[in-house]
Write a protein that binds this ligand. Structure first.
Ligand code: ACO
Ligand code: ACO
Length: 156
């Protein structure tokens, strides 16, 4: 992606529709999204007025926030948008005086694990069998069944 590609980042206002189609790229079901989305700030990235990426961030304690969902529209993936978006979100969280930022993914989410560590997150802990116990159907990614969840952390 060209560095000068014109992308606008903004937070959705409470009266705007929740962009489920984008959020569903990063989470399995609307029900799963509904467990966090109403307590989250929803940031979107727009190109010529069209939404091309979403990121939901929720406060999980006085000092910590969690990126609950980050997704880039399929035709915009692998162009560097997700990385730039993630760095901008980290900056926004920092501005809110938060000292810790968390992001979680599956143990076999190679691309996500790589991207998050490239952005400065470090693996913190593993929750065994998270994706087996919390989702009704088996989920597969890169041909591997999702089992454990990896939590990554960044001290801001
Ligand atoms: N394996 C390893 N690395 C890869 C792969 C791969 N298969 N494909 C691309 N990469 C690398 C890229 O090369 C790039 O690294 P580089 O710049 O050093 O070359 C890096 O991954 C990220 O590239 P971006 O283009 O910035 O990523 P993108 O814009 O595609 O956004 C995202 C990444 C958000 C994961 C996007 O692909 C997406 O929306 N995927 C579907 C939804 C999803 O899985 N979201 C995360 C779920 S977890 C959560 O939401 C907390
Ligand atoms: N990102 C993600 N997946 C990749 C990448 C990449 N950059 N490159 C290749 N792969 C995939 C391949 O596509 C293949 O998967 P697929 O069959 O589903 O498509 C899979 O990785 C493995 O491919 P192979 O060709 O069987 O792997 P290879 O013969 O290259 O052996 C090894 C892997 C041993 C890691 C080799 O690359 C190597 O010797 N690397 C240097 C030494 C090393 O790192 N060793 C491991 C250190 S840890 C230890 O020793 C315990």
């Amino acid at each position: 992606m060209n560095e000068s590609t014109d992308l606008t980042l903004r937070a959705l206002t409470p009266n705007e529709n929740i962009p489920y189609s984008l959020l569903l790229l990063a989470d399995e079901t609307k029900e799963a999204i509904d467990t966090y989305i109403h307590q989250s700030v929803i940031y979107v990235l727009e190109h010529e007025g069209e939404m091309i990426a979403v990121c939901a961030v929720a406060r999980i304690s006085d000092s910590a926030m969690e990126i609950k969902n980050i997704a880039v529209r399929e035709d915009w993936q692998n162009k560097g948008v997700g990385y730039r978006f993630l760095l901008d979100i980290i900056h926004k969280v920092q501005e809110q005086g938060c000292s810790e930022l968390i992001i979680a993914t599956a143990d076999c989410g190679h691309k996500q694990l790589y991207l998050y560590q490239k952005a400065g997150f470090q693996p913190d802990r593993v929750i065994p069998d998270y994706f087996i116990q919390n989702y009704p159907e088996p989920i597969f990614e890169n041909g591997i069944q999702l089992k454990d969840q990896v939590i990554l952390k960044m001290i801001l």
